[in-house]
Design a protein around this ligand. Structure first.
Ligand SMILES: Cc1cc2nc3c(=O)[nH]c(=O)nc-3n(C[C@H](O)[C@H](O)[C@H](O)COP(=O)(O)O)c2cc1C
Length: 330
C-alpha cells in the first residue's frame, strides 16, 4: 500500500502536490474542484499589499482638490483596508468550510510592512498557514544587498509578533549570496521556504514598438533552477522546502522529492491541462513508488540531494566546458 502523506509547515498533507497561489485558487468553488482531483493543499490567490495601498492613493489623488481633513483620510484609508481584508478573510473562511485539505493564505508583499497589522485577521478566519510572497526587485541603485535582505528579516519578525500559524516565505533567486540567504532565512522563525517564485517578465514588440510582458506560464524546462537549489539546500536549512516553477508532470514531482523537497507547488500545468492533471501526476508518482519498492515518501525524499548524491558536483557545475566536445566525439 503506497502512502503519499507528507508533512509541510507542520501540517499533514494527503500528498505533496499543492496548487500554488494564482487565479486557480481565488474562489472556494474552484478550490473544491482541486481537492476533488487530489490537491494535497492549496495556497490562495494572494492579497496584494499594493492593492490595498494603491487603491487608497488613487482615491486620495482624485479627491485631492476637495482638501479632505486628515481625519477623513485616515478613515478612508482604514475603510478601504478593512473592506479588502474582510473580503479576503471571507474567502478563507468559506474555503475552510467547503474543503478538508489545508488552506494556506497568501500575501504579496512589495515594500512595506504595514500590512502585517492585518495578518491576524487571516489567522482568525481559519487559515492553516500564511505564505508571504516577498520580492523587492534589486533595481534600486541606492540600496545595498544588506539593506534589501534586512527587509525580509524585519517582515518575518513583525509577522511572528502578530500570528502563531506557520509562515512560509516564497522567494526569488535574485540574491547576492543565495545559498547563505536561504539558510539564514530558514532560521528566521519561518516554517517553510518556497523556491522559487516566477515573475512577469518584460519583452519588446518590435512591430508595435511597445514594451510588453511574456512567458506568463512556465515550461517543463524551467524546472532546473528550483531543482538545483532544492538539492543544494536540502538538509542544510532549518525549515521545510517547497519547490515551485516548472513542475508539469509526475516525473517532475518525483525529481523534486528526490532532490529533497517536502512538497511541490503547481500552477501553469493546471492552467494548461485543468485540475484533472493532478490525478495524472499522483498516479505517476504512485506507479513510480511501487516499481521502486517505496511505501512512503520519506523513504526516498532527498536521496539525490547534493549532500547524498554520489556526484554532488553536478549541482554546482554551471559552465558548458566539455559538453559539446564530449558529445562531438561520440
Ligand atoms: C496567472 C498566474 C497568477 C499568479 N498569481 C500569483 C499570486 O497571486 N501570488 C503568488 O504568490 N504567485 C502567483 N503566481 C505564481 C505562481 O504561484 C507560481 O509560483 C509560478 O507560476 C511558478 O509555478 P508554475 O511553474 O507551476 O506555474 C501566479 C502565476 C500565474 C501563472
Amino acid at each position: 500500500m503506497v502512502d503519499l502523506t507528507t508533512k509541510y509547515l507542520n501540517l499533514t498533507l494527503n500528498n505533496p502536490v499543492i496548487v500554488g497561489s494564482s487565479g486557480l485558487t481565488d474562489t472556494s468553488e474552484k478550490i473544491k474542484k482541486l481537492e476533488d482531483n487530489g490537491a494535497g493543499a492549496v495556497v490562495l490567490k494572494s492579497i496584494f499589499e499594493e492593492e490595498i495601498t494603491h487603491e487608497y492613493e488613487k482615491i486620495v489623488a482624485e479627491e485631492a482638490t476637495k482638501r479632505y481633513k486628515d481625519e477623513f483620510l485616515d478613515y478612508l484609508d482604514y475603510r478601504i483596508k478593512a473592506e479588502n481584508i474582510d473580503k479576503y478573510a471571507k474567502l478563507i473562511s468559506e474555503t475552510k468550510k467547503s474543503v478538508q485539505i489545508p488552506v494556506i493564505a497568501s500575501v504579496n508583499c512589495a515594500s512595506k510592512y504595514e500590512w502585517t497589522n492585518f495578518a491576524k485577521a487571516f489567522e482568525d478566519a481559519g487559515a492553516d498557514a500564511l505564505e508571504v510572497n516577498m520580492f523587492f526587485l534589486p533595481s534600486n541603485l541606492n540600496k545595498t544587498p544588506e539593506e534589501i535582505e534586512k527587509s525580509y528579516f524585519e517582515i518575518v519578525d513583525k509577522l511572528k509578533e502578530k500570528i502563531s500559524i506557520p509562515i512560509a516565505l516564497k522567494i526569488s533567486y535574485y540574491f547576492t549570496a543565495l545559498g547563505q540567504t536561504i539558510q539564514r532565512l530558514s532560521s528566521s522563525g519561518v516554517s517553510g521556504l518556497v523556491l522559487f517564485n516566477r515573475f512577469y517578465s518584460p519583452d519588446i514588440d518590435i512591430e508595435k514598438m511597445t514594451v510588453t510582458t511574456t512567458n506568463v506560464f512556465s515550461h517543463p524546462d524551467d524546472l532546473s533552477i528550483s531543482l538545483r537549489w532544492i538539492a543544494i539546500m536540502s538538509n542544510r536549512v532549518n525549515c521545510d522546502l517547497a519547490a515551485s516553477t516548472g513542475i508539469h508532470d509526475g516525473a517532475a514531482v518525483i525529481k523534486q522529492l528526490l532532490a529533497g523537497a517536502n512538497a511541490v507547488q503547481v500552477v501553469s500545468s493546471i492552467y494548461n491541462k485543468g485540475p484533472e492533471k493532478l490525478q495524472n501526476m499522483l498516479k505517476d508518482l504512485k506507479k513510480w513508488m511501487i516499481s521502486n519498492n517505496y511505501n512512503t515518501i520519506d523513504q526516498f525524499r532527498g536521496k539525490l540531494s547534493q549532500e547524498k548524491s554520489v556526484n554532488p558536483s553536478v549541482y554546482e557545475r554551471v559552465q558548458f566546458m566539455k559538453y559539446f566536445s564530449d558529445r562531438d566525439r561520440h
